[in-house]
Design a protein around this ligand. Sequence first.
Ligand SMILES: Nc1ncnc2c1ncn2[C@@H]1O[C@H](COP(=O)(O)OP(=O)(O)OP(=O)(O)O)[C@@H](O)[C@H]1O
Length: 615
Amino acid sequence: MAPPETRRFESGRAVLAVVRLLPRISRPRTALFAATTLLTAALPLAMTIATGLLIGAVPAAADAGPGSPEARDAYLLLAAGVAALLLGRLAAHLHDAVAFNLGRDLELLLQDRLLAAVARPVGIAHLEDDEVLALLRIARQLGADFIRPERAIRGLAAIAPEFLAAAGASTVLAFFNIWIGLVWLVAWPAIFIAMQADYTRVGKTAYLRSTEMRETEYLRDLAITAEPAKEIRVWGLMGWLLGRYDRQWNERMAYSDRHQRLRPATAVGVIGTLLLLTVATALALADAGLTGAVGFSALAVYLVALTTMFNFSAFDDTAAFLSLGSLPVPKVLALEDRLTEDRREATAELPAAAPAHAIRFEAVDFAYPGAERAVIAGLDLEIEAGTSLAIVGHNGAGKTSLVKLLAGLYAPTGGRITADGTDLAAVDPAAWRTRLSALFQDFTRYQLTVRDNIAFGAPHLAGDTDLIWKACEPMGIRALIESLPKGLDTVLSSEYGGGTDLSGGQWQRIALARALFAVQAGAKVLILDEPAAALDVRAEADLYEQFLDITAGLTTIVISHRFSTVRRADRIVVLDGGRVVEDGTHDDLMALGGRYADAFTLQADRLARSSQEQP
Ligand SMILES: Nc1ncnc2c1ncn2[C@@H]1O[C@H](COP(=O)(O)OP(=O)(O)OP(=O)(O)O)[C@@H](O)[C@H]1O
């Protein structure tokens, strides 16, 4: 992989992005930060000048004796120096505290903005986009390791006053020799920019490999999480996993060794320049002192100014943190911008009772982002409200894709989907989703309490325990839940103390109860994608009976490979290649003698044979 390229002033842009965010955290604290930056720079410089002048004033004061105007001047200089020292310390403490707080709140702000940005798109396509995922990985590491914007602020807090102090010291030296002052004034920013560019390049080597690191982290997580643990052991995959993980890790380390260090030329150039400048300034000062061109007092001030210059940290951890900590900030903001592009405003109002008449797919086309092949192609389908529709078809026919489109998780690439004539693309997706209840094939097993797992169907009713039990009863899980250590409040994961895991069928019933809870909360359209795949045949038949009663009057869309479930639907469509190829009641389709009839007969024969074979 090619080493990273940095854009011109990339580090500067990143630091600027951090600075621009500060007023969003707090204007008064940003103002205080600016003020303490100035004070932390100015007060030590004032102390330096007072000290230099004091050194020059002491011989005259000693000659003139106590009470003389010379002695008074010396005491005044001493008082000014001490005051500058004390105030400088105070300002420095305040400065550090403000920087720490701002830094912590900056990370919080970025995390909040990141979460809001990821939640913003209506659909889920962005969560399958490689580029977005690479950015998300970087953003997810906010707060981890050295990738800490908080440290950028602390870096800024340390460097800004030192920078100003160095500029002040250069100005002081300009009084000695304008050219020496000017060269110092230009040299520091140049050195600083060169070092920051190199630190940025180093930081980017880590970011650039975000996609590869996602793979490596995936391998690591496979090895250490419970879900894949069964297969990993049964197939004996651990050795393979660890070997591959090690290989990827070593490749990354080798790459880092090559590119993740400062360029020798930069280091030699910076140190050489500093050495030359310092020697030249010191020689010039010594010469001026020896020849008497500069007085003792002025010489002392110039020498202290020269040493002040070296407080400036262009190449230490603080300087590195400034660029490394700033780097992710523009990336988070870019991700935010990118995800905001997908946002669309609602331009139509969904009628309150919709769908009271029909949901219509009108010439709908759909291809997954980045895929060339359409999985839904010119689909026309009218689903009458208040009826049940079953969708059947072979694996990959497009059944789940169709309901994902209906749920607004993806947008059609052509055609439109309407509810009572209103284009769903124009309505507020949140409003549409309150009318939907969906149970997907790969439903989520939340490692949270039973209550949460069910109430997530309508979170605003989570406190209604009676309603939760009402959703559990038809699913036959009340007794199961009551037998759990903490009933509804038992965590459904054996990874937590007092928690427990469930069987596949029990999980499916919990997920069905969640879907039912949403129906009780007012959803009008119920989507069930393979709702009974994990249930045994008898349980499925019982459950479906219950469901038919409960869902009477709802618009129900069921996807299933089990014809015992499918045949009870008011209408059945067979999908192939993303279009409807057969459409009718069970009897219609059996009479047609097409694919449905073939598949139904095959499954019925197999069932009959297996029941004959059973003792
Ligand atoms: N997120 C995705 N990105 C890209 N392609 C996808 C994605 N999800 C599904 N596909 C592809 O879309 C096609 C249709 O998939 P879909 O899940 O709709 O089929 P299905 O009819 O529900 O199949 P099954 O009966 O196996 O559940 C498949 O070829 C699949 O590979």
